[in-house]
Design a protein around this ligand. Structure first.
Ligand SMILES: Cc1ncc(COP(=O)(O)O)c(C=O)c1O
Length: 463
């Protein structure tokens, strides 16, 4: 009997997946001990990837072996407990495992008919996200790549709704000749809002900038006169200080004057899950749209942004797509809520993460990382270094002295590899930013990182 070629392919595929799983598990086992930054040698070895487009096939086993040998060594260990760069989360075990399974499914999440499971889980998890973030249960939302895209989607929807009220159909007629819209942002606005504004045709510079206070919070007393043609962009969690704009007061003033309020809550909005931070997070539920990331504090893998909009019809009108073969069914269709059409089923991993954590687990993750941030701040202050921000959530800004000394400390910490932190400039001061965002960070991770930071900073100070 001739062998069935599909059977052969099947067993070979199983072997390949087992090989990949074995290598992935080895990587995960090593994560707790390996240097956070890759070695210079590992980065230099990436040159081995540079080859002309292969003229003939390679065995998949060889492809994976090469990827692991060169690729794994040149990763930054963001999934370990000692990565404190940018505002990057780790990846919860349930999210990673769901990612593997969903990879095997390879679902296109555009339409319900393409993937009933993707559409169903998006609907379920959108409800959970609204509940965790304290947003109205009947909001609409979409699953996008990142907070930048979530900001873009929300601002495009605001543009659509405001112009529709003014009798202008921006979807059909575009922005040229449209009634003007005033966009108001705080002086500490995140760059992703400015990018989103440029993509949505507002322009980065055509904004009214409102003064902020010493922690980067928008000052409500400095708001300009608003109208039904205004969009006010506020933040839940300043990328440097973690500070929250006073949403209650801003939303009240904006609503009285008919303005649309959009919240960039890329990471900070998740603090709403904990009653401990209510004094910071109150009032954000009164806005009209929200952007956040599941790949930050909830520790879902990349890429995983979420946009939520109070006026679901406006979201669908601005993001809907019409073509005879893409007609929406009666139920929620994912692609009518996002800029993308075909895309991966990213709601699956978010569902797995939130299901595995539950409300109490998510709350504990947020509170634990904030208390690690407090420990960093307290110990570094004790050592005589200046903490530049009020540490209200998970972000710490530390200066080690002059800009040159601080930069040198950051460089050496990154080179040392015990942990990883990046630099920033805050109100003219060069600082190192510690963002504790990973589920995997333990107290020993914090102590080990502090020991390395303090040793290096002392050496630099002495020099
Ligand atoms: C407040 C804020 N908004 C937006 C972003 C952009 O997020 P993303 O890179 O996922 O687009 C960040 C990233 O740290 C952020 O802190």
């Amino acid at each position: 009997m001739r062998p069935n070629p599909n059977m052969y392919a099947q067993s070979r595929r199983s072997g390949l997946l087992a090989l990949a799983a074995e290598r992935a598990q080895r990587y995960i086992r090593d994560v707790t001990e390996r240097n956070v930054a890759p070695s210079n040698a590992a980065v230099a070895a990436l040159a081995e990837f540079r080859e002309p487009f292969p003229a003939s096939p390679s065995a998949p086993e060889e492809v994976i072996a090469k990827l692991d040998k060169l690729g794994s060594a040149a990763t930054v260990t963001t999934t370990g407990g000692r990565y404190f760069g940018f505002v990057n989360g780790g990846m919860l075990p349930a999210a990673l495992a769901a990612n593997w399974l969903a990879g095997a499914w390879n679902q296109n999440a555009a339409l319900r008919v393409m993937s009933p499971v993707a559409a169903e889980l998006e609907e379920v998890v959108l409800g959970w996200v609204c509940e965790a973030l304290g947003l109205p249960a009947d909001c609409a939302g979409g699953f996008v790549t990142c907070a930048t895209m979530a900001n873009f989607t929300a601002l495009s929807t605001a543009r659509h709704a405001i112009l529709a009220r003014a009798g202008w159909n921006v979807t059909e007629d575009g922005m040229f000749g449209a009634p003007p819209i005033e966009v108001v942002v705080g002086a500490e606005v995140h760059a992703s809002i400015l990018k989103a504004l440029s993509l949505a045709g507002f322009g980065r510079k055509r904004v009214t900038i409102v003064e902020t206070d010493g922690q980067g919070r928008m000052r409500p007393d400095k708001l300009p006169r608003l109208s039904e043609r205004s969009i006010v962009c506020i933040q839940a969690g300043n990328v440097n200080t973690g500070a929250f704009d006073p949403a209650g007061e801003i939303c009240r003033v904006a609503k009285e004057q008919g303005a649309w309020v959009h919240v960039d809550g890329a990471f900070g909005l998740w603090a709403r899950v904990s009653p401990k931070y209510e004094h910071l997070t109150g009032g954000f539920g009164n806005a009209d749209s929200w952007a956040t990331d599941a790949h930050k504090w909830p520790n879902v893998g990349y890429d995983s942004g979420v946009v939520v909009v109070r006026d679901g019809a406006a979201l669908r009108e601005s993001m809907g797509i019409t073509a005879a073969y893409l007609e929406a069914g009666a139920r929620r269709e994912p692609m009518h809520h996002t800029p993308e059409a075909s895309r991966r089923a990213r709601g699956v991993e978010l569902w797995a993460a939130l299901k595995s954590l539950g409300r109490s687990g998510l709350c504990a993750l947020v509170e634990r990382t904030c208390s690690h941030a407090q420990r960093f701040a307290a110990r570094l202050r004790e050592e005589g270094f200046e903490i530049l921000n009020e540490v209200v959530i998970n972000q710490v800004l530390v200066s080690f002295g002059s800009p040159d000394v601080t930069r040198e400390v950051i460089r050496r910490i990154q080179e040392d590899g015990t942990c990883w932190c990046g630099g920033t400039i805050w109100h003219g001061k060069t600082a190192m930013r510690i963002s504790v965002s990973s589920w995997a960070t333990t107290e020993p991770d914090v102590e080990r990182s502090l020991t390395a930071m303090i040793r290096i900073a002392r050496e630099c100070r002495a020099a």
